[in-house]
Design a protein around this ligand. Structure first.
Ligand code: 13P
Length: 252
């Protein structure tokens, strides 16, 4: 059940700017207070050019730095890619892997997602592996088979226990649409993922399963009270400090 610390991760996506980032982070850290102030873990996944700025602003605070992606390659002739070693140099603790926008617009397959998760884990960066069905798949009754296929691809990572990762269920139809999965819909899929993890690892109950997709200050508490929802991956609402702080406060 839900005895582990929840994780609230903001995904800024391709938003931000030096001044806006600073204002946002200062407001979040002030809201959390001196001792960190959060009963949960907090992270922000920021665009790569801002990693240095965000590392320096959040240093010593309760806000962990995350990347939005990581290359599956170690180094070399991969123009435009960012390696996990580079991310480590900027204090990155978590890397989003296989976000639906990467799968959809950048052709990331289950195999690539697994390679990226493996690369992150090997360097001690925790992958936040995203899974989720499209509206078409949900309407065709394929939700379970799609998320199970996506999770199966990453469940046996060489030399690592699946309990070292974070999994985020983000139904594609709920992302940026204002159309959230109901707590019951989200819980139902989380239970499927938990059962699949339990079949692969005796530590499945330790794995944090985040929900993402139009999570906001108004709906977070209900979503986060579900037995298998261990946190949130928050897009739009993570760009507004009061909203993000309210979601953090709901994650007790
Ligand atoms: P929104 O919260 O804006 O729907 O985005 C969710 C998401 O994709 C987080 O990774």
């Amino acid at each position: 059940m839900n005895s582990k610390k929840k994780l609230i991760a903001g995904n800024w996506k391709m938003n931000g700017g030096l001044a806006a980032n600073e204002a946002l982070l200062k407001a979040i850290m002030a809201g959390l207070g001196d001792g960190g102030g959060a009963a949960c873990d907090v992270a922000v996944a920021v665009p790569a050019p801002y990693l240095a700025q965000v590392q320096s602003l959040t240093f010593g605070s309760a806000v962990a730095v995350a990347s939005q992606d990581v290359s599956q390659h170690e180094a070399g002739a991969f123009t435009g890619e960012v390696s996990v070693a580079m991310l480590k140099e900027f204090g990155v603790r978590y890397a989003l892997v296989g976000h639906s926008e990467r799968r959809q617009y950048h052709g990331e397959t289950d195999v690539v997602v697994a390679e990226k998760a493996q690369r992150a884990l090997a360097a001690g960066v925790t992958p936040i592996i995203c899974v989720g069905e499209t509206l078409q798949e949900r309407e065709a009754g394929q939700t379970e088979s799609v998320v199970k296929r996506q999770l199966a691809a990453v469940i046996h990572l060489n030399g690592h226990c699946i309990s070292e990762v974070v999994v985020a269920y983000e139904p594609v139809w709920a992302i940026g649409t204002g159309r959230t999965a109901s707590p019951e819909q989200a819980q139902a899929v989380h239970a499927v993922l938990r059962a699949q993890l339990a079949a692969a690892s005796e530590h499945a109950d330790r794995i944090r399963l985040l929900y993402g997709g139009s999570m906001n200050a108004a709906n977070a508490a209900q979503l986060l009270s579900q037995p298998d929802i261990d946190g949130g991956l928050v897009g739009g609402a993570s760009l507004k400090a009061p909203d993000f702080l309210q979601i953090i406060a709901a994650a007790r």
